[in-house]
Each structure stands twice: as C-alpha cells, then as structure tokens.
Design a protein around this ligand. Structure first.
Ligand code: FE2
Ligand code: FE2
Length: 447
C-alpha cells in the first residue's frame, strides 16, 4: 500500500471484504457512506444474474465503489496523483469526480483486488463510459437506484425498466436526465457523453431492425407476441438463485395430489415427463416410486438444484434445462405427463403448441396431471384471473394466470377425459406434502 493511504487505512485488513469495509467506514465515522455502499452492493447483487453478471463480482464492486470517500474531497486530487491516477483536464472543473478513479486505485492497493471487471466497474461507476461491460452497467445503475431521499422522479422509471430486464433503457433514462440538465451542471464528463451516445446507438439499432419486424407467416405473429412479454429464463434463474427464500414449493415435498395418484394406483408406473419441474421435488418422488422420469425446466438454477437433490436421494432422473418447446419430441412415449404450475405461466399464444405437445407425447390412454392457479384467491397468494386478451393489453402475465374450471375444460375436453378435478388440499409444512388451496389439482386421460 502506498504510504499516502496509510493515514486513511488505520484498521487491519483481514480479507473479509464486507467486514473490512465496515471497519474502515466506522473508523472514519462515516456511517452514511457505509449504509450507501451496503445498499449498492445488495442491489447490484440482486440484479446481477438477470444481466449475466457474476453476483459475487457485483457485490464486491458495490462494496468498494465509494471507498475513496474516506479521503477528504479537497485532498482527493492530491492523493490520486500520488497513486499515479490519470486525471483528465476536465476533471479539475469538478474534483469530486476523481473519487471513482481513486476508489479503483484503493481497491487495488488496499484490498488487493486484481479482477479487471471489478476494477473497471468501480472506475466508471459515476459517469459510465463507452463500451461499458455488463458489470459496469449493473454497478452504475445500482448506485443511481440507491441514492437516499428525496427520491428522484427518474428512479421509479429506472426501476421499472430493470424489472423488465431492460438495462440499456434504464441507463438511458438516467443519462438523458443528465443531458437535459447539462447547462446547470459543473461537469458532464466526456465518458458520460460517450456512454449516452453508445446507448442511443445500441437502442436505435434495435429500433431500425424494424424491417425484420415484418409479419409474413403465422409464426411471425407468435414471435411478435413473444416480444411483448418478458423473457422467462432470466426471471426464473433469478427466482431460483436464492434457495433460502421462504417460497413454499422450494421445500422438497411432492404435490399431495401426485402422492394420491400413485398411492391409489390410479396411474401405473411407466415413462413420465414433468414440464417446468423446478428444483425437482415431484420428478424425484416419481422416480423413487419407480417411474422412468424425464424432467425439464427453463431455469438453469432450478435444474442445478434438482440434480443436486436427485444425487442426494440417489435416484436417476433425466433433468434437462430446456423449455417445453425445445424438448426433442417423443411421440406416444409417455404414460404420464405432469405439469405442476407450468401451464399458468405459458403465454396464451404459445399454449396451443404447448397442449399439442403434451397430447402428442402421451400414449393413448396416458395420463396428464395438472395443477394450476384457480381464480378467487388473490388475497392469500393466488393469481389474478386475467383473460387471454388482457395479458397482451397489460403486456404482462402478472406472475401467472388463474384459470377457471370452465376454461380448463374448454381447453382440454376435446382431447382428454377428465378423471379428477378438485382444489388442491392445503398441507402443513410438516406433512411431507405440498398443497395450497388456491390451485386446482386435476387429472386427465388422453382420449
Ligand atoms: Fe460514487
Ligand atoms: Fe455511490
């Protein structure tokens, strides 16, 4: 560590980044910055996965980005020069801007950070820069979202873009905000201007690929409708990434109705496919009961978890990270297809293909088990009964679509006989079964 830093870093660096950062800010009695960096680290980590960023890198960048705040602002330029930080002419107009480069130098020298992804993101966390990496962008936006009150108008808009996985659009909202105020600001850094030009170019390229957005055949209509709704995989990866979340169906228990089909010997053993298997609780149970199970989910995180569970249970399940639409067709192969809460997330315009797939993959007389959201339970965690049209008007599935009994029969009765139709039975945590009253449990047989 350069001698000039020693006077600021009076605590022992243990290697536990979070604790070391806290100790340094406590020493300088700067609780405000500590609170801020913890918030930025958490936000950056939260949104990292949906933009293909390593959560650990996002968190470390967040913790370190404002470490130079322990140097008084009037000394920042001096310390920066001492550490051989390159100061641009324009930065003398507003010396505080140097804190981003100074934080980078301190991350290297005080905390031995050598990961260039992290260092680069810290270096441009205030201004951004051209050709920014995903981590640069994630840290930049997490910083802007973590500013304390008063809440700026644009923060709400940025948040919405982030929730829609539109990182570049979120960034452009902020950069436009800066651009509009350029005449009142001490400095609009050239990196910021270049970053804004980048964003405009990237987004307009998307816009001008409009020629490709031409509807020529029926398939193009489906693609167009896809484009109105959120890509499912990033959401589900995020959803399953924190296993400690108290989501009831994260527990490794099979559905109560599935248990009843097997225990009452309604469904004979054979080949089974589970679509949208999540972390595998039903597929593993069925395999333990003697089924030969293929199970698929769109989320890599869910499949990783499912494979770990199968290994713990010493059971063989063919888990695949695939959407239902990418499965290799196995016509008339399965004796049983199970869908535990997948259909209610399938976009209505893709449902036709989805149900065809289930039908074609089942043997004649094969069974289709389905649990899905029932209407009327929004207050206790159930979904809204959105009409199919409403989903496109709202451009959202709103966390899943509740189906009325009539609608399910209309969708299925031409091709399937209904064997059982009831509400799922509520099951307590210690019952070893999963069951919530706001879902239908239904069993069908292919005609
Ligand atoms: Fe900062
Ligand atoms: Fe910050």
């Amino acid at each position: 560590m350069n001698d000039v830093l020693k006077q600021y870093v009076q605590v022992e660096i243990t290697g536990n980044l979070k604790e070391d950062i806290a100790a340094i800010f406590h020493y300088h009695q700067d609780e405000e910055t500590l609170k801020h960096v913890l918030k930025v680290a958490e936000e950056a980590k939260r949104i990292s996965k949906r933009f293909g960023v390593e959560p650990e890198e996002a968190e470390q960048a967040g913790l370190l980005h404002d470490i130079s705040n322990i140097v008084p602002v009037n000394l920042m330029l001096e310390v920066a020069k001492e550490l051989s930080v390159k100061v641009e002419e324009e930065e003398y107009k507003y010396p505080r801007i140097i804190h981003q480069k100074l934080s980078r130098a301190m991350a290297e020298q005080v905390f031995d950070i050598s990961n260039p992804n992290i260092l680069n993101a810290i270096e441009c966390h205030t201004t951004l820069k051209s050709h920014a990496s995903q981590l640069d962008k994630v840290l930049f936006i997490a910083d802007k979202l973590s500013w304390e009150s008063p809440e700026h108008n644009f923060q709400h808009e940025i948040r919405q873009k982030i929730e829609n996985n539109e990182l570049n659009q979120a960034i452009l909202i902020y950069l436009n905000h800066i651009w509009e105020q350029r005449n009142n600001l001490k400095l609009v850094h050239s990196w910021t201007i270049q970053a804004r030009e980048d964003m405009l170019r990237i987004l307009s390229q998307k816009e001008f690929s409009k020629l490709n957005e031409t509807i020529i055949e029926s398939k193009d209509i489906l693609d167009m409708l896809d484009s109105l709704l959120r890509e499912p995989a990033p959401f589900w990866n995020w959803f399953y990434s924190d296993r400690s979340k108290g989501i009831p169906f994260f527990a490794n228990y099979p559905d109560e109705n599935l248990i009843s089909y097997f225990e009452n010997e309604i469904i004979p053993q054979g080949n089974m496919l589970e679509i949208g298997c999540g972390p595998g609780r039903n597929a593993i149970y069925a395999a333990l009961k003697g089924f030969k199970v293929d199970a698929a989910d769109i989320s890599e995180e869910a499949i990783r978890w499912a494979k770990e569970r199968a290994e713990e249970s010493k059971v063989n399940v063919n888990f695949e990270c695939k959407s239902a639409f990418d499965l290799i067709p196995k016509p008339e192969y399965y004796d049983f297809v199970y869908d535990a809460g997948c259909l209610h997330h399938i976009w209505p315009h893709r449902r036709i293909e989805y149900l065809k797939l289930i039908y074609s993959t089942l043997k004649t007389g094969g069974y289709f088990g389905l649990t899905c959201f029932a209407p009327g339970y929004t207050e206790i965690g159930g979904a809204l009964e959105l009409s199919d049209y409403e989903i496109y008007r709202e451009k959202s599935m709103k966390g899943g679509q509740a189906y009325s009994k009539e609608k399910l029969f209309r969708l299925l009765e031409d091709h399937f006989d209904n064997i059982e139709f009831r509400s799922m039975k509520a099951c307590s945590e210690d019952s070893g079964k999963f069951g919530v009253p706001f879902m239908w449990a239904s069993l069908w047989r292919k005609k």
